[in-house]
Unconditional design. Sequence first.
Length: 294
Amino acid sequence: MDLDEVADRLYGLSPPEFTAARTAEARAARDAGDAGLAREIAKLRKPTVSAAAVNRAARAHPGEVAELLEVGERLRAAWQEQDPGALAELTRRRGEVTGRLGRLVRQEGELSAAATAEVEQTLDAAVVDAGAAEQVRRGRLARPLAYSGFAPAPTPRERPARKTRPEPERGERAGGKRKPAAGPGARAGGKRKPAPENEAAAARAREEEEAAAARAREEEEAARKARERAEAQAAHREWQEALEIAQRDFDERAAKVERLERKLAKARRRLDDSGNRLEVARREERQARRRLDQ
């Protein structure tokens, strides 16, 4: 028995089966004299519903999972090579394979909307990150995966027109000051407009980008807090189950000890009775021997 074999067995189970099976595996390792392995087994974390669903998919549908991870590998290479054609084709395939695999996962068991979203998030992480892909392939997830900071295909963005200093106009005064320009670009009295249209559009674009970045930061922070809360809740549930199992084990052993103590007390009473009879027999035997000698 080694940790890999035990982990493969445990993470192929559903979450309700996991804790009892982990306790049995740890006990078996301890009974076999491998206390270190027993401790390592006890450290294995119970999978969430979404992580268990992905683990089952890795075992039940290895072909679809391998196809998705192969698309992810090629997609990452296309991002590195800046290949727009390959990016478009692989992005389309990614959507098809992810959708098909997601349907297969949902068919394996009922999932809540939150668990379904975590499954999709895990599959997306496996596409864009090689480490996440390897975790999904092994099928030993305890928690859903997420990947942040990823920028998809590099799309050329239009930059705001650079401001250029206007050429000196004719008719400038000797001190280098330019006369107010007349015409459609000036108001009555020679005053210029506050800002050209392209500058106003650029300012609006910057404001929209800043607002979008702020929303993204807020969403990322909310998602992080939600993940932390979900992990804390899962850990609490896991330890609650471990507590219930430990309490049942303690109660069973305490009851057994109590039964044994009652048997021991009864045996001690019988022993005392036997001792009394032995003492009487010895005394009577000595008296009978004296009478015989006389």
